[in-house]
Design a protein around this ligand. Structure first.
Ligand SMILES: Nc1ncnc2c1ncn2[C@@H]1O[C@H](COP(=O)(O)OP(=O)(O)OP(=O)(O)O)[C@@H](O)[C@H]1O
Ligand SMILES: O=C(O)C1=C[C@@H](O)[C@@H](O)[C@H](O)C1
Ligand SMILES: [Mg+2]
Length: 173
């Protein structure tokens, strides 16, 4: 089986994805990390040198390559990945999608010290601006994220709770 974790930056896709892969004995990949490896530069460097459109093209291609390479997979996607180039449809066609739906105040608490390394959150003057940017981004993306078959929201996004959700879905679907 393939499980795709989607959601906002800071939602915990990488952290939970790794743990779920261990729990289920499945290979784990992180889409941002795969892009960085293949491009030999950071996400911030790609955005700065090539712009967002280029990043979205690479992201969409690498997502499809990972799907083709891995019949069994837990994939932590990038925050914007489902929203460009039909990738949400590609994920849904290839496996089970799970939306980590984390409220804005929690995202702010997690991201306030990390925003500088994230191109779409960098250069914001203060916490209010970060909050506004995250709220606007969620509003624009919810139409994609909400297409996921499964959704969890804290405090129910623990490894065991989500693994049980996945098991229930795969044995009844
Ligand atoms: N369940 C959790 N409770 C509290 N903090 C968490 C939880 N999961 C992750 N974090 C923290 O939130 C931050 C973001 O987590 P993580 O990198 O897993 O998110 P992500 O969704 O992969 O983000 P990105 O879109 O940037 O890749 C990290 O500092 C991580 O330690
Ligand atoms: O939310 C986004 O659009 C992004 C999230 C990160 O995972 C990276 O994919 C990149 O910084 C863009
Ligand atoms: Mg991540």
């Amino acid at each position: 089986m393939r499980l795709f974790l989607i959601g906002m930056p800071g939602a915990g896709k990488t952290t939970l994805g790794r743990a779920l892969a261990v729990r289920g004995g499945l290979p784990f990949r992180d889409l941002d990390e795969e892009i960085v490896q293949r491009e030999q530069r950071t996400v911030a460097e790609i955005f700065a040198a090539e712009g967002e459109d280029y990043f979205r093209e690479v992201e969409a291609r690498v997502a499809r390559e990972l799907i083709a390479e891995h019949p069994r997979l837990v994939l932590a996607t990038g925050g914007g990945a489902p929203c460009f180039h039909g990738t949400m449809d590609a994920l849904k066609a290839a496996g089970l999608t799970l939306w980590l739906d984390v409220p804005v105040p929690e995202l702010v608490a997690r991201l306030q010290h990390q925003a500088a390394s994230r191109p779409l959150l960098a250069a914001l003057p203060d916490l209010e601006a970060l909050k506004l940017r995250l709220s606007e981004t969620i509003a624009a993306r919810t139409g994609f994220y909400a297409q996921a078959e499964l959704r969890c929201t804290p405090p129910a996004c623990t490894t065991e709770a989500v693994w049980a959700l996945v098991q229930r879905y795969t044995t009844t679907a």
